[in-house]
Write a protein that binds this ligand. Structure first.
Ligand code: ADP
Ligand code: MG
Length: 655
């Protein structure tokens, strides 16, 4: 067969193909047009759509307008008011940079521009075809700004038109683009409507981003938002984000990413953030994320194809890692404040509940919690204590501010004390390697009760004593995070003497008349703790101030808060059980006591917040075992291998 003859394509055809590459669907064209309006400093942008943008796509703004003299060339390729030499590409602050959007649209649709600048006495209307102005611009009345009308998209490209989705689906994509820009540009009023109908989306230009997110994506998301901010001098970027807390999740994740005010995609960043949430959200569920990053224009590779929104930037890995960590820390610091607050405001009804469930549970002989949970509602004294302090409702608000979580990663002090080194070596020395491997590979299955949970590793199913493992975990974290522990702030601070008195009143303290006067005992306990306060503050982030008030507790495992029911006894035991005289002993006993306190849960907590407790076990504690726990041999007793797949098969073979 003869070879075909190679011919040069007609220029118009070439341009049309090129344009079709840039404008693939109505939403692409609209994105370019919105960016043009924003570049022109518009504060009102109104979009009208007919038939998913296929018949009509119109955008009206109140920006600078286009000068009459420029109307003749504005739709030619590579005409722009935003860039004049290549070097400018690297420092460009506006969206458009290649002068291609209008030209492309004019090659694949009927395009008209009506515009008026502030200086010119009247406006002008011009129509375009294949990059060229048709006829002369006609004078017309009108307000300052620009109306761009795109009609019959792809009228001259049948194949492209056939590739488009249904009008409804194209409309959805348009809605998507407009809503994202509307949220990011909260100071601009956006309206999106179908021709002849009332708006489907409207922002006022006066609401905050949070409010707009609520309006556009629903109040459930709006209410779950957490603001995250970050400035980084080293990698020179700033970030502010609005992300949903871990108690929100949806099947469809939503991520709005703006870099230097441009709506872009970054699969790497998306994957990193998804990774953070996957630890906390149920499988297959996702968060809502809005992220706005600003960096020097020179750092960002903006010379991407208009339809390819995937961006790359300098220090990409480092920046993504930092953002990821920042969001993670923020998530860890949220959601729990109210829990603590509630516990300190035990309502009498709730106390009743505790008593009942407490008794019910403890009928069970094997109830491990039995010795640990006070079951008499009379002894629920924290409330009384607070009342006694005559604090106002506002004062009583317990604010758990663990902002110091963020410091933790940056300010690590090196452990120099040999006693602590020794304790660390000791933990490592007792490590059971096989168990470590099991923990490292564990897949959480479910809770059996407050104490036990099931997990799987390889083909085996294990029953694990969560509270025993927790106690060891807390102990080890205290030892390894020595001097680096973030803190949990107690607001208002709690008087240690009062706490000791509450403890002495409880059965668990085992006080009897021979022990001496309670008040005197409390006084001397408070004195001891006051004297040892510098040690606890310096090394374990437990702060008792000069007035004998407990201000902070160590935050040992992020998201986990010790149960306040046991706080009085813990404080008492710090005075009585910690060996304050020798350094090694002191650290050892302090860490053990603290770990014990942190591992205690109360039936009250579990019964009032069963979901939170479950969530904590699955998403905080077991992941922490997996990540940190170096199980000593003796923990083997708390882990039971229930069955393994091969053994099950053997059973079946016999059948
Ligand atoms: P670019 O945005 O890359 O410069 P475009 O083809 O999108 O290229 O636009 C070409 C030019 O038309 C812009 O540089 C700008 O001067 C002008 N322009 C386009 N849209 C508007 C608008 N809505 N308001 C004012 N000027 C506009
Ligand atoms: Mg543009």
């Amino acid at each position: 067969m003869e070879p075909g003859i190679i011919k040069k394509l007609d220029e118009v055809v070439v341009n049309r193909i090129a344009a079709g590459e840039i404008i693939q669907k109505p939403a692409n064209a609209l994105k370019e047009l919105i960016e043009n309006s924003l570049d022109a400093k518009a504060t009102h942008i109104q979009i009208t759509v007919k038939s998913g943008g296929l018949k009509l796509l119109q955008i009206q703004d109140n920006g600078t307008g286009i000068r009459r003299d420029d109307l003749s060339i504005v739709c030619e390729r590579f005409t722009t008011s935003k860039l004049s030499k290549f070097e400018d590409l690297s420092s460009i602050g506006t969206f458009g940079f290649r002068g291609e959007a209008l030209a492309s649209i004019s090659h694949v649709a009927h395009l008209s521009i009506q515009t008026k600048t502030a200086k010119e006495p009247c406006g002008y209307k011009a129509t375009y075809e294949d990059g060229q102005l048709k006829g002369v611009p006609k004078a017309c009345a009108g307000n300052q700004g620009t109306i761009i009308t795109v009609e019959d998209l792809f009228y001259n490209m049948q194949q492209r038109r056939q590739c488009l989705k249904s009008p409804a689906e194209e409309m959805q994509k348009i809605y998507d683009v407009v809503s994202k820009y509307a949220i990011h540009n909260s100071n601009v009023a956006f309206t999106l409507k179908k021709y002849g109908e009332t708006p489907t989306l409207r922002t006022t230009g006066r609401n905050t981003r949070e409010e707009n997110i609520g309006t556009v994506f629903g109040t459930q998301i709006g209410r779950a938002l957490l603001a995250v901010e970050q400035h980084d001098d080293l990698h020179k970027f700033q970030m502010n984000a609005l992300v949903t807390k871990v108690d929100y999740s949806a099947k469809r994740g939503i991520m709005l990413l703006f870099i230097n005010n441009r709506l872009v995609d970054s699969n790497a960043l998306k994957a990193a953030i998804d990774g953070v949430y996957s630890t906390y959200l149920p499988k297959g569920m996702h968060p809502f994320i809005y992220i706005n990053i600003e960096m020097a224009a020179t750092q960002l590779d903006v010379n991407v194809h208009p339809t390819k929104h995937e961006v790359h930037f300098l220090y990409e890995d480092e920046i993504i890692d930092k953002i990821k960590r920042r969001i993670e820390l923020k998530l860890l610091g949220s959601n729990t404040a109210r829990t603590f607050y509630k516990q300190l405001h035990l309502q009498s009804g709730v106390k009743e509940a505790e008593t009942n469930t407490g008794k019910a549970k403890c009928n069970d002989k094997e109830c491990v919690e039995k010795e640990r949970v006070r079951t008499d509602s009379k002894e629920q004294k924290l409330e009384k204590f607070l009342a006694h302090k005559n604090t106002t409702e506002a004062d009583r608000t317990i604010n758990l501010i663990n902002e110091s979580f963020s410091l933790n990663t940056t300010r690590r002090s090196k452990v120099t004390l040999t006693s602590i080194k020794q304790m660390q070596d000791n933990i490592e020395g007792k490590l059971n390697v096989v168990m470590r491997k099991v923990l490292k590979e564990l897949v959480f299955v479910g809770m059996v009760d407050e104490t036990y949970a099931l997990f799987q590793q390889e083909t085996r199913l294990y029953l694990c004593n969560t509270s025993k493992f927790c106690e060891e975990l807390f102990y080890q974290r205290l030892v390894f995070e020595f001097q680096n522990l973030p803190h949990i702030k107690l607001e208002p601070s709690l008087d240690i003497k009062e706490l000791v008195l509450i403890a002495l009143d409880s059965e668990d303290a085992g006080w009897s008349t021979e022990d001496g006067d309670k008040l005197e005992l409390a006084e001397s306990a408070a004195n001891i703790l006051q004297e040892k306060a510098p040690i606890m503050r310096e090394y374990f982030s437990l702060r008792i101030n000069d007035e004998g008030k407990l201000e902070t507790l160590p935050a040992i495992v992020p998201q986990h808060y010790p149960c306040t029911t046991h706080l009085p006894l813990y404080i008492l035991r710090l005075a009585t059980e910690v060996d304050w005289d020798s350094e090694v002993e002191c650290f050892e006993t302090f860490c053990r006591e603290t770990a014990r306190f942190y591992s205690l849960t109360s039936i009250l907590e579990i019964s009032t917040q069963p979901h939170r407790h479950k969530w904590l076990v699955e998403h905080v504690l077991y992941p922490a075992f997996k990540r940190y726990l170096l199980p000593p041999n003796n923990l083997k007793l708390q882990l039971y291998e229930l069955t393994s797949l091969p053994r099950l098969y053997k059973v079946f073979e016999r059948c």
